[in-house]
Design a protein around this ligand. Structure first.
Ligand code: C5P
Length: 299
């Protein structure tokens, strides 16, 4: 790679389990969630600039939406973008005064519960550490990640699977003994994370992640499918009829379990193997179910 240039991939995540244990005094919710990174990526390239400017350009690398409006067009490129905030925060933290040109090739849809923005922010911290030769410690990365968002710490950890607690920043990595295949569908409209959390009301008994982690460790995917859970699904359904529609469609597919990811609006099914995820994806595409991907957990 030429000097003054770094290119990285930022993966999407799926929440195989998400329980809300309570509301915190800082306004956030206390979580227990199992996240995995999957092979749907944004690509970010970083080029040294002579000026002190942080310049971001977003390019659509995915398919065009049915509306004709591209994913990239809906993404801000100013200081409200988490990538720009990550670069600015890193400069403030280290006192570095260098500029950078960032090109973000977007494949992960926004407002989907796939944490594209958080993953891009984590990738930015890690890439600029290399470009600017800062040699930050894992502890520094963790500290900066927390300031950028609840999911960012998981991505800077570089783990492909973890149980995350607290706001989402307390990471307990887990090793998955088997490859996991999924089919993911994203309806045309996204959902705002803050709106979905605001709709949440505690109902019934809390579920715990251990049933799912032990099923996964034993490679018992059928049991794992039955132990998946997402407490944000009901509040998301109150905001969008798309989630109910997706649930009904996935119910007819040969998947082992299905649910919404994070705060939605993406919905996914756990598949026994690649053949199953391919079959499920082609059925969803035939039904014109928004955007559809076959993905697997990163090894
Ligand atoms: O941390 P992040 O900026 O990604 O969170 C977006 C929004 O999601 C927060 O403003 C908050 O409303 C909600 N949230 C929450 N509890 C969490 C994580 C996120 O209430 N643990």
């Amino acid at each position: 790679m030429p000097p003054g240039f770094v290119i990285v991939q930022a993966p999407a995540k799926l929440n195989l389990f998400l329980e809300i244990l309570g509301k915190r005094s800082d306004g956030y919710h206390e979580l227990e969630t199992l996240m995995v990174t999957v092979d749907l990526y944004d690509t970010l390239s970083f080029t040294e600039e002579n000026s002190e400017e942080i310049r971001l350009q977003v390019i659509d690398a995915g398919r065009r939406r049915p509306s004709g409006r591209s994913e990239a067009e809906s993404i801000p490129v100013g200081p409200e973008n988490l990538v720009v905030r990550a670069a600015a925060l890193l400069r403030e933290f280290t006192g570095v005064r260098r500029g950078v040109r960032i090109e973000l090739r977007k494949r992960i849809p926004a407002a989907a519960g796939l944490a594209g923005g958080s993953s891009d922010a984590a990738a930015t911290l890690l890439a600029l550490d290399r470009l600017w030769q800062l040699h930050l410690s894992p502890r520094d990365f963790h500290e900066l990640a927390q300031r950028l968002g609840s999911d960012v710490a998981f991505f800077v950890s570089g783990k492909s699977a973890a149980v995350c607690r607290g706001r989402g920043e307390l990471i307990e990595p887990i090793r998955l003994p088997c490859g996991l295949h999924f089919v993911v569908a994203r309806p045309h409209d996204g959902l705002s994370t803050a709106d979905v959390y605001r709709q949440y009301r505690p109902v019934g008994k809390k579920q715990h992640v251990e049933g799912l982690t032990s099923a996964l460790m034993q490679g018992d995917l059928a049991r794992a499918g039955r132990r998946m859970h997402n407490a944000l699904e009901t509040p998301a359904m109150n905001l969008s009829s798309d989630i109910e529609t997706l649930k009904a469609r996935f119910h007819r597919l040969p998947v082992l379990g299905h649910q919404m990811s994070g705060s939605g609006s993406a919905y996914f099914g756990l598949c026994a193997n690649r053949r199953m995820s391919r079959q499920a994806a082609s059925r969803l595409r035939a039904e014109r179910t928004g955007s559809v991907w076959e993905v697997q957990v990163r090894s």
